[in-house]
Ligand binder design. Structure first.
Ligand SMILES: [Zn+2]
Ligand SMILES: [Zn+2]
Length: 429
């Protein structure tokens, strides 16, 4: 037998009081950091729930990425854990006392429900982070089977009943799968918005004699959704054109949102001038000329506002949305100075913005300009700058002691054994 092997011998550390102290310090500070994480998650949960990130960001995680420099995955995970802990007080308190590490809590919140919380807390206390991870994976598998069963059950019991009441009113009652319900809710919201804009266009700012209740508005919205569906032959269209919007807009309105003139959708619905400017910013357009009587006298060729070669160059230069903190990898070509206003369709006058932020810049009052050095500068609606990199938060000169002192002041008892697993090496079931 060929027994050629190598052996690496690691020096067995001498029992060394100094090293032991070092280890204890690591454990103690880690427990402090976990306790501080609990406080951080509380703040994130409140900020998230109160929509503090809604000033130009698509989500709380996107805001965290921008404001505190977390990577996207970590930011999403913080928000997820923060939300989960809102209904899991036992796990939240264990983290706040530094008894469970953030890693364990993160794993446990993937499966924890208020009913299972106490059992999972015991798992978290007894096991190492690795045990917890393994138990959670097993828990999830069971969970996924239950989930699949639940989804089948939901699908089977979907129903919509439409019947006529004694007084002739039509009553609708139903149960829709969540994703189907979401589409319906979205369609109703879009229809309500449309009806609201129609009402604005008709009545201006004076309140019409009778403002319908929310339930009444929903009923009107459903009627509009149904009409629209029939009008379009119940054809969802190919994905590319499914949400395509056709806007008829007078040239002066495009150049100046305050100019009189029409800005209407295909069916005659008025849309705000800024919306038509956004839609026209990067679109396929057909220029038609009308005579004074409204008759079309000339129809130009269908052209893209941003030609394909320029779009490729734009994509290559900007790589994604340029709005601070966004960086979605695709977007629309925004004319910094609108083409209808004489802005050229050139690389230096274009900036890539995602759909969400294109709206922010047109309809929500955010401003963007290109500075002499070629960099973009964004401003909030109130004119304050929106930097790409926010200034760092003030940190005490000795953050570790400041943290320990703050925990002391709260009366929090954290020491090196606070987060010790109860596991003594016995076999794990
Ligand atoms: Zn634009
Ligand atoms: Zn964006």
């Amino acid at each position: 037998m060929n027994s050629d092997f190598q052996c690496t011998v690691r020096p067995t550390p001498e029992p060394n009081a100094e090293l032991e102290r070092l280890g204890e310090q690591i454990a103690e500070l880690s427990a402090h950091l976990d306790a501080a994480s609990a406080r951080l998650l509380d703040l994130i949960r409140e900020f998230d729930a109160r929509g503090g990130w809604g000033n130009g960001f698509s989500s709380c995680a996107a805001w965290l990425t921008w404001r505190v420099g977390l990577d996207r995955g970590a930011a999403r995970e913080r928000v997820r854990v923060a939300r989960a802990l809102g209904t899991l007080p036992l796990l939240a308190q264990a983290l706040a006392r530094g008894e469970l590490s953030y890693s364990k809590v993160r794993a446990l919140t993937r499966v924890a429900t208020p009913e299972a919380e106490e059992r999972l807390l015991a798992v978290g206390r007894a096991g190492t982070a690795e045990h917890v991870e393994r138990i959670v994976r097993g828990w999830r598998r069971v969970d996924r089977i239950a989930e699949a069963r639940e989804s089948t059950r939901r699908h089977r019991c979907r129903a919509l009943h439409v019947y006529q009441d004694e007084d002739g009113m039509v009553v609708i009652r139903g149960r829709l799968a969540p994703e189907v319900g979401a589409v319906l809710v979205q369609a109703l919201a879009a229809a309500r918005e449309m009806l609201y804009q129609r009402a604005q266009a008709t009545h201006g700012d004076d309140v019409p004699a009778e403002t319908p209740t929310v339930a009444g508005q929903q009923a009107d919205a459903l009627a509009l959704v149904a009409e629209t569906a029939l009008h379009h032959g119940i054809d969802p269209g190919t994905p590319g054109e499914r949400y395509q919007v056709v806007v008829h807009v007078d040239a002066p309105v495009l150049a100046d949102p305050d100019a009189p003139g029409q800005s209407v959708l295909e069916d005659g619905t008025h849309v705000p001038a800024e919306t038509s400017r956004r839609l026209a910013c990067d679109a396929t357009r057909v220029v038609m000329q009308h005579d004074a009587g409204g008759h079309v006298t000339e129809v130009g060729a269908r052209t893209r506002t941003v030609p394909p070669a320029l779009r490729r160059a734009l994509q290559h230069r900007d790589r994604g949305c340029r709005f601070p903190g966004c960086a979605l990898p695709f977007g629309q070509g925004h004319h910094i100075r609108h083409w209808a206003h004489g802005g050229p369709t050139t690389l230096s006058n274009l900036a890539l913005l995602c759909r969400r932020h294109h709206r922010a810049v047109h309809e929500e009052g955010y401003q963007v300009e290109r500075q002499a050095d070629g960099e973009l500068r964004f401003r909030r609606p109130d004119g304050r700058p929106l930097p790409h990199l926010p200034p760092p938060a003030a940190v005490p000169s000795d953050p570790v002691n400041a943290l320990l002192a703050a925990h002391d002041a709260q009366g929090l008892q954290v020491h090196a054994r606070t987060a010790m697993p109860g596991w003594l090496g016995e076999r794990l079931e």
